[in-house]
Ligand binder design. Structure first.
Ligand SMILES: [Zn+2]
Length: 266
């Protein structure tokens, strides 16, 4: 009996994929950055009071003979590649620090509407689009994160092209595609997705004035990921996304580094 147990233990140790101490086999994945860098060009909502600012505090040799650099940065929560915490549009919903981590680390499904959005900048993903996608790729599982690919990230950082209008202080003339309300309801209320992301400035389309997609998502404590990039490098299914915002206590959102683990072809 003892021999059997010893043999079983040895067999386990010899197979690294079964050794729980080995962790994730990262060599099996390509790590893709879905984040725009923060800089002076970073796009914010037209009504944002300020943008991204980096002030140099130190850069150069010190009297001690070593090099030292440090900066101070400031920005509104909602600009560049960022997270919308549910409280952004729902009183009492999760703040940035309170979002459960399994809503920010999840399998991703990518819905590609680049062709339709290219033909119509007011394009909104519909419930029928979601069903058509599922007809091809299978039902979107509970707990997935949905990423909407419109192709708009190619326009970054040209504000006029990306937002449809570059009038500062006026958000009434924006034009870009995104989710429609009926698609959001299917995804949030029926498929129970954990987050809605998009490669545009908002999970509501540019002409929205009632922000229904934000409200549907926020009411279900589903966070948003906005201004994503490089979604063309993800498969429709099979990637795992890690989207960790800085942990602002009580925050309504915040800058986020979003990466995807994409299985390498074997
Ligand atoms: Zn936002």
């Amino acid at each position: 009996m003892l021999l059997v147990i010893v043999a079983a233990c040895q067999a386990r140790d010899e197979n690294p994929t079964r050794n729980s101490n080995a962790g994730i086999d990262l060599a099996a994945y390509e790590i893709v950055d879905l984040t725009h860098a923060l800089n002076e060009q970073t796009i914010f909502w037209p009504t944002s009071p300020t943008t991204f600012k980096l002030d140099r505090l130190a850069y150069g040799p010190t009297p001690g003979g070593y090099f030292y650099s440090a900066n101070a940065f400031s920005m509104p929560e909602h600009g560049g590649t960022h997270l919308d915490a549910p409280i952004h549009f729902a009183e009492g919903a999760h703040t940035t620090d309170a979002i459960p981590l399994d809503r920010l680390v999840a399998p991703a499904v990518v819905i590609d509407v680049t062709e339709r959005a290219g033909a119509d900048p007011d394009y909104r993903l519909s419930a029928a689009d979601v069903e058509a996608w599922e007809g091809e790729h299978g039902r979107i599982p509970n707990g997935a994160m949905v990423l909407l690919r419109t192709g708009w990230s190619q326009r970054w950082p040209d504000r006029k092209s990306y937002l449809g209008d570059d009038t500062r202080g006026d958000a009434s003339k924006l034009r870009f595609p995104s989710y429609g309300e009926d698609a959001a309801r299917v995804l949030v209320e029926q498929r129970r997705v954990v987050a809605l992301g998009a490669d545009v400035a908002s999970i509501d389309y540019g002409r929205s004035t009632d922000f229904l997609v934000h409200r549907v998502a926020a009411a279900a404590n589903v966070p948003g990921l906005e201004n994503l990039t490089a979604l063309d490098r993800l498969p429709a299914t099979g990637a795992t996304v890690i989207a960790l915002p800085i942990k602002i206590e009580g925050g309504s959102g915040g800058p986020v580094r979003v990466i995807a683990l994409v299985p390498r072809a074997r």
